[in-house]
Design a protein around this ligand. Structure first.
Ligand code: BDR
Ligand code: CA
Length: 314
């Protein structure tokens, strides 16, 4: 039995692990990529947009539109992002030629609104960066909350500590007001957070095996991952966490994940708790909204599927 591919807009801040996720997505027949919208996070939006253009070209899909998104969080200045993790150019300080393509004239949030309105019930938003574009899209056209197929995000942490503060994960911390709006919009939302992304580790041996495949995807990943890998080693990890690819994997095979439905709110008022994703496990708030939160993952099966997908370019 064949099923129609999932039509997806990827909202992203590439970014080393974003790049690895985008290549996985392009190489997976379950997905039809309608466009990439870009956001600040790992570095500034001007740079992530150039990287998104490079990635559609590397994937052999320069026809896929890239729309530049917001340059800064809704209410705060952008603090310069995660360049220590991803390098100043977002691609591990490796220089690549300028992309041939250019972004479309429309901004990211407008592209999201137009695509969702034109395809009611069809479009999945896969957001693997700060949630500013999604929040702006909701403000431009609130009806999209009822018209998306679903929203899948890499962000937050419901059962484990944060990665940029004691409680907050980077994507949520970068624009907590936007995340608050996105978590409370009432659309079907899946949270793929640190609860699962830090349980899946590409070890040094796994990365060596990936490099040994020697196709254009693994060559690119092999180059850009060095800086990201070194950062993880400084933190005492012999390998890398697989953040953004985890959200792609959820779309490819949700059976890899154990989930729980729970109301999740995002704290944005307290400086110390900025970006804390608070899961109301005991239903104290009595709200109807529920997020589907990934709480466990079958990492061996996940890692094997990633390797298989990236080994054979479609
Ligand atoms: C998230 O933050 C970024 O550094 C990564 O690309 C990922 O989306 C992990 O906290
Ligand atoms: Ca990201």
């Amino acid at each position: 039995m064949t099923t129609d591919p999932i039509r997806v807009i990827i909202d992203t801040d590439p970014g080393v692990d974003d790049s690895m996720a985008i290549l996985l997505a392009f190489n997976s027949p379950e997905l039809q990529i309608e466009g990439l919208t870009t956001i600040f996070g790992n570095t500034g939006t001007a740079v992530t947009t150039q990287n998104a253009l490079r990635l559609v070209e590397l994937a052999g899909r320069p026809d896929v539109p890239v729309a530049a998104g917001a340059d800064k969080p809704l209410l705060r200045p952008f603090d310069g992002g995660g360049w220590m993790v991803h390098g100043r150019n977002g691609l591990g300080e490796v220089s690549f030629p300028a992309p041939r393509g250019t972004p479309i004239a429309r901004r990211g949030a407008q592209f999201i609104v137009d695509t969702v309105l034109a395809n009611p019930g069809e479009i999945t938003l896969l957001a693997v960066g700060p949630l500013t574009n999604l929040a702006i899209a909701l403000a431009l056209e609130p009806r999209i909350a009822g018209l998306v197929n679903r929203v899948v995000i890499m962000g937050g942490s419901a059962t484990v500590p944060g990665n940029v503060s004691a409680v907050a994960e980077a994507n949520i911390h970068n624009d907590p007001e936007a995340a608050h709006l996105v978590f409370n919009a009432g659309w079907p939302l899946v949270m793929v957070g640190l609860d699962v992304t830090t349980r899946t580790i590409m070890t040094n041996a796994y990365l060596d095996d990936l490099r040994a495949i020697g196709n254009r995807y693994t060559d690119f990943i092999g180059q850009i991952v060095r800086h990201y890998h070194a950062f993880h080693q400084q933190q005492g990890l012999e390998g890398i966490y697989v953040h953004d690819s985890s959200a792609v994997m959820y779309l490819l095979d949700p059976s890899l994940f154990t989930t729980r439905d729970v109301y999740v709110d995002v704290e944005y008022l307290s400086p110390h708790l900025r970006g804390y994703t608070v899961a109301d496990w005991h239903g104290k708030r009595q709200v109807q909204t529920r997020a589907t939160v990934c709480v466990a993952v079958d990492s061996p099966r996940f890692l094997e599927l990633y390797r298989q997908r990236i080994a054979t370019i479609r």
